[in-house]
Design a protein. Sequence first.
Lengths: 81, 711
Amino acid sequence: MEARPLSQFKEGEEVVIRGAALDEELRFRLYYMGLYPGSRVKVVRNDGKYPVLVEVHGSLVAISADLAHRVFAERLGGEKQ
Amino acid sequence: MSLSSFVAHFHGPPARAEGGKEVIRVGILGFPNVGKSALFNALTGGEAKVANWPGATVEIHYGYAKYAGRLIEFTDLPGVYSLGEGGTIGEIVKSYLLLQRPDVLLVLVDGTNVERTLSLALQAAELSDKVVIAITKLDLAHSRGIHVNVEGLSRALGRKVVPTSVGWGLGLEELMRAIVEVHESRRGAPLRVDYGPLEPYLAEISSKLEQAELPSYLNARWVAVKLLERDSFVERLVGERAREAVEDAREMGVEVTRALGKEPAGVIAEARFRRSLSIAAGNVARSTLRLRRAERADKLMLDPRLSPLISAAFIFALFFAGFTVNTGFPLNVILSSFGFSQLAELVDKYNLAALMEAGIGYAISLLERLLEDSPEWARSLLIEGVVGGISVVLLFLPLIFTIALMFALLEDSGLAPRFAYGLHPHTCKVGLSGHSLFPAVVCLGCNVGGLMAVRASPNYAERLKLYLLLPFLPCQARLIVFLALAAAVGSLVGLVGILVTYFASISLVALLSYLLDKIYKSSRPIMLMDIPNLHMPLRRVVWWMAWSTTKHFLYRTGSVIFIGALLTWALSSFTPSLEYTSDPSRSIAAHISKALVPLFEPIGIEGEKSWMVIYGLMAGFVAKEIYLSSMAVITGIENPIEAISSLGLSEATILALMAFIALYIPCLGTISVIYTETRSVRVALTALVLSLLTGYVVAVAVYHAFSLAAL
């Protein structure tokens, strides 16, 4: 399965983070917040222009749309929600 | 900034307190929103001092507690997700931990989310054995049906774990006892986290580091992990002694990324989170409870259709209530424009600022009687200089406290990040993050309070931008001057002038911000933040946060304002040959004003009385309200509107003046607060010059446009 930008996933989808095309400081901060390559997160809200809300290990994290375009993830499991 | 200058610049707590008593120095570390301020406040009894990192606009609180004959000094470090974090915050935390070196590290783990926040406690335990872990928010965890097995956690981490709740007043004694015990215990071993595929590399770097004779507080494995993680602070820290290890680690990092398809920092984060998740899985139990009221409210707050509306409505309502109580504005303006002039007068008379002003007026009249026999210069120094300066500061205080209180409520309840989320896509259009609406709205009432609320923005580049641009937003004091100018020019043209001024100032801020966003990438509004659970703020914590901000304002900003007010008094009370004069037209300020007249000819200020206009603008630098009273003094006409009319200015000139007054630095308080918040003279001066130049250019343009239109 191919990794897609986080901004393209729908609400309720569970995804695995694969990486981020961001500068080092931001990319590492993303890892430290729990969005490291291999981390499982759930997309709670994604309405296009609004920050994407994801649930990471029990916490809610807001990622603005421009950042979410550059964070890559794969959908977990086969079936659609 | 170099490491040594970081240490030199830290005006932190003294290394050892007076009285020869032993001091245990404790650093408090935790994720953002983990309940750090609340616990710090409860431990130190609210008596906090502030340490500063110059140029970083980061304040660090520290305070003391006594326990069993020892003095414990707590330093409240900024919230971080990891010790690997870069940027100013990361550097500050690391230089405290590795250069200042606390005796004991107190790491906070959120009782409502152990699995995620435990990752930082793991890192601390890897660094040092002198670690105590506090589980916070036990009351909230309990109400959510979360049960934490404290003993199990303690076994898994090999460190003392203390359950706490500031709301219930639980665990504070135990925490201090644990700190003393850990401080006095023999050294133990650092915790070992398994980094899987990185282990062979870590072993190699560690053995190189062991030969490098690092200081004893650094264990080789911890340093090896940091080097592989490309932590630039640790690289600089050990670079001189272990250059080879640093270079090897960099090369290995490239190798790992090629071999695993993930960079070491990612692998390290994954290993740590896996360990925290597995520890939490064995020691945290959740019973499902039905949706709580707060969570139902949250569904609305995070709904994209409603969120921006709710956020903006909430912010404007806070603004309206807070300012009306303090200054009568904007309720007075609304009432009088709907014809309820008597009600408006009541609001004008019975607000905090008016009552304080009346009190100060009474004090001054008493003083005048007391000083009847003293020389005129002494009377003027005391009443106009000292008392005048103090009252400028005092009049700000209730307003600053109110704004600080609103700010603390928004932050502590978890509302602030929700507002930022809802507003972000909208404010982004003009290059600002969702954090910037609250300070911007407050600026429409008072720039000083608004600029203090700029702290809400987590991005340093954005904060700088706000400090420079927000003073263009017209505050209520400027509105008073606008109204007088409007009356002087005739009400219809004047009123249109006021509306256009407001519209143009707000547009100018938006335009400049948009342009800066296009030029400087670093200030681009990004958002990457936790949205903590909504909860009832703790009264004690909110009170403490508001009070500490107000106190800070009083001491630091207040003293800058006071000195500025005294200087301005001196300029308008002494002649160039330094003799006291009660005639302002002979003062130094009048001489400067006369010298500046040619500069203001392009906006049509000319003739014999022209310098008076400039004198007023100089006086208006202290506070815009003073512009009117100074016009009255200098022209000898008591009614400020008649005073302005007596200057014989054309309509175009008055409108140009209005533009200039709207844009040049609103008051001494604004410049003082920019300086005290950024600790940078350069930023404060840039704001001053930028505002003067912009005001001047726009005023000239307005004058010429209206002169042409009048032809």
